[in-house]
Design a protein around this ligand. Structure first.
Ligand SMILES: Cc1ncc(COP(=O)(O)O)c(C=O)c1O
Length: 394
């Protein structure tokens, strides 16, 4: 009997990746060298942006975006409740006010109609929303045409938290993200499509914004002659106009990222085949809801977000998780709606019932194993074990 344990996601590292990192380890530059810009150029090319700036995590990049877009106290920043904490926390880091808009019940991304209702209600209170952080949840692009239309009408900044969606296509376009959003945020955490261990990047088409990000990620230091306030005293000279951070990504990590990026298309092909397998195996079971894919979308399947109608089973979600774990399947839940975190309830007054679609999705959702090295026998085991466990819980 196999003793394989199936987590919901994990990295795929091969000998080429290892050799690429070793090469940098033997070179003169472990950080702030040429491999950083090589990785940035490759990301910009792959996703069609004029600029790319890497940083130490997808959380650091959101913080940098918040700073570079000038968010501050009393600015209202809207995101989806079904996302990782960082998509909302970035507003809090800069003293802005986070708010949420419920998800669409089939794409699980922010609902543009509800967003418009919220924008209108703020306008009635003479308030303007500064930015919307829309999340391409699980690898499914948001309704970007609708979001862009709202941006034109109401004039807010639009950020794509694209951490789940590397390689997704919107209207047959893998380079869609930067065409709709002012800033696009990536993460290279090991469960994501490509990894650098920890890491992130920001894509944009705005040279000044990119320069600002690149300065803020390294303490706010500026060397560019054209923007110095005082006299350039020599080759060592730099100025700081506002304090930044150390959010740099190393050359070792960028070497891994470059090597991984070359395999993104293969990883995507594998992920889509896995999703197709699960779809076929699980679609006819009326206790389950498989992820749906909107027209104009090619899903990138960072997650396979299965919904189980726990309200019609005899056991709780907690018990169901324990039973799967005993059979070596370690599911995960994406996500506990962010507005239900004690911090958001206590500081901003959110409560259960505020975003019912997101809350119901949370009650049902379980992310089942999705990573490129899963083979047919693994998928057969995982899907049949889910159905068998459901049968035990009737
Ligand atoms: C949607 C989303 N945004 C931001 C992040 C933060 O990325 P990181 O883990 O690289 O800090 C994550 C990571 O899980 C994420 O899923």
């Amino acid at each position: 009997m196999s003793d394989k344990v199936y987590s919901y996601g994990k990295q795929t590292i091969d000998e080429q990746d290892i050799a690429a990192v070793v090469e940098v380890l033997k070179s003169d530059w472990l950080t702030q060298g040429q491999t950083v810009s090589n990785f940035e150029n490759a990301l910009a090319e792959k996703f069609g942006s004029s600029y790319a700036a890497v940083a130490s995590s997808g959380t650091g990049t959101l913080h940098l975006i918040a700073k570079a877009l000038g968010w501050s106290k009393d600015d209202i920043i809207i995101t989806s409740p079904i996302t990782f904490l960082a998509s909302a926390n970035c507003a809090v880091y800069v003293g802005a006010t986070p708010d949420f808009v419920d998800i669409d019940s089939s794409s699980y991304t922010i609902d543009p109609n509800k967003l418009e209702d919220k924008l209108k209600s703020y306008l009635h209170q003479n308030k303007k929303v500064k930015a919307v952080v829309a999340v391409d949840y699980g690898g499914h692009p948001c309704d970007w045409i609708a979001l862009k239309t709202l941006q034109t009408k109401y004039g807010f900044q639009l950020v794509n938290d694209f951490c789940h969606a590397l390689g997704a296509e919107y209207k047959n376009d893998i380079k869609y993200a930067v065409k709709y959003a002012d800033a696009v945020n990536l993460s290279f955490h090991p469960v994501k499509h490509i990894t650098t261990g920890e890491g992130g990047a920001i894509l944009s088409n705005d040279s000044n914004f990119d320069k600002k990000i690149k300065s803020l990620r390294t303490h706010g230091m500026i060397k560019d002659e054209n923007v110095l306030i005082e006299k350039n005293n020599g080759p060592w000279y730099y100025e700081m106009h506002e304090p930044g951070f150390n959010y740099r990504l190393t050359d070792m990590q960028c070497a891994l990222g470059l090597s991984q990026l070359k395999k993104l298309d293969l990883f995507l092909e594998k992920r889509r085949k896995i999703a197709e397998y699960y779809n076929q195996a699980l679609k006819d079971d009326n206790r389950l809801i498989i992820p749906s894919v909107s027209e104009n979308v090619n899903h990138a399947y960072h997650l396979y977000a299965l919904q189980i109608k726990f309200d019609s089973l005899s056991v709780s979600k907690k018990e169901f998780f324990a039973r799967l774990k005993a059979k070596r399947i370690l599911g995960q839940v994406h996500y506990i709606p962010v507005h239900l975190q004690p911090f958001y309830k206590n500081n901003f007054g959110f409560k259960f019932g505020d975003f019912p679609i997101a809350e119901r999705f949370y009650a049902f959702e379980i992310s089942i194993p999705m990573y490129p090295t899963l083979e047919e026998e693994d998928l057969n085991y995982i899907s049949s074990t889910i159905i068998q466990t459901l049968n035990e819980c009737e």
